[in-house]
Design a protein around this ligand. Structure first.
Ligand SMILES: [Zn+2]
Length: 312
């Protein structure tokens, strides 16, 4: 998908970065929309769309990020937040709110979830990532200097590596977020939830690893990774049986999207300045200080191809 094709609206930027849009605030507070009388109480004209959405949730065949997928439940938490509701995907209220979204973005207004509607949402989500906007300008943001990186103690690191680092400002925001999650009981089942399994990665080390080990993490190690900014973190959400923690298999991503930890992040991470990359439930970027993004030289920037966006 081409992010460029979507208008960057002020509302979207404010909603994503600062979180003051009314729908998101409603979604965050707990919500009347969980009430069946609300979720099922929309105009009955949305009942048919609701039934179709309930069916496509697990059956739709599509390729939202380039690879074939079945169903759209993986993205449901982000979609619900965008719509400002906790109503289920098979409810008339969900269909009605989807229709409102479609009207706002001049899409066909049918209340049906489909790839066209998703592409617009995906564009909004991508535009909330300063890293992506820099890439659209042909820049490859990297950390300006290494000394601003802070080492993570073992308790914050998923695998107790010694070289895990993050920018100090992003780390502070991460710690505030984890403290809030802990207060909400998110780590009760597993104290290692929301620990970091990847943080800052030096661009040249990433490139070497890609070349020497063939481990290119998609194309990211070979081109330009948000992890080179020091703002990106990969968080432990657990993983599906038989999967790796960062497997992009649909089974693993669906498993993670259903976790309480991920749903908590979707509802709350923005309060601490973090935004998600929708294709990877574990990948979050701190956008609290986008002006601090450094950029590489022109030669490195020229290696950044728009095609890489689909994997970011
Ligand atoms: Zn990541």
């Amino acid at each position: 998908m081409r992010v460029r094709s979507y208008a960057l609206t002020l509302a979207a930027a404010v909603c994503g970065a600062l979180l003051s849009c009314a729908g998101s605030a409603a979604a965050q507070q707990g919500l009347l929309q969980r009430d069946p009388a609300v979720c099922g109480g929309a105009d009955s004209s949305w009942s048919e769309a609701a039934s179709k959405n309930a069916e496509s949730l697990s059956k739709a065949e599509w390729s939202p990020f380039g690879s074939p997928e079945r169903g759209w439940e993986t993205y449901l938490p982000l979609i619900q937040r965008e719509l400002g509701t906790n109503c289920g995907p098979g409810t008339p209220e969900f269909a009605r709110l989807l229709a409102d979204f479609q009207a706002q973005y001049h899409l066909e207004i049918d209340g049906l979830f489909g790839s066209g509607t998703f592409q617009v949402m995906k564009g909004l989500w991508q535009e909330r990532r300063p890293f992506i906007l820099a890439r659209l300008r042909g820049e490859c943001p990297v950390a300006p200097v290494e000394y601003i990186m802070t080492n993570l103690p073992a308790r914050e690191d998923t695998y107790d590596r010694e070289d895990r680092r993050l920018r100090g400002d992003a780390l502070k925001a991460y710690r505030d977020m984890v403290a809030a999650a802990r207060r909400d009981g998110i780590m009760r089942s597993d104290p290692k939830l929301l620990t970091i399994f990847s943080g800052y990665r030096q661009a040249d080390v990433d490139s070497e690893r890609c070349a020497s080990e063939g481990n290119c993490d998609g194309k990211r190690r070979a081109t330009c990774s948000p992890h080179a900014t020091g703002f990106a973190i990969d968080l432990n959400l657990g993983f599906a049986p038989g999967s790796r923690i960062d497997s992009t298999s649909q089974a693993n991503r669906l498993y993670q999207s259903r976790t309480e930890a991920y749903r908590w992040l979707v509802r709350n991470a923005h309060r601490f300045g973090f935004v998600n990359y929708a294709y990877e439930p574990w990948h979050w970027e701190w956008v609290g200080n986008p002006a601090a993004l450094g950029t590489t030289s022109a030669s490195a920037a020229s290696a950044a191809q728009p095609a890489a966006f689909t994997g970011q």
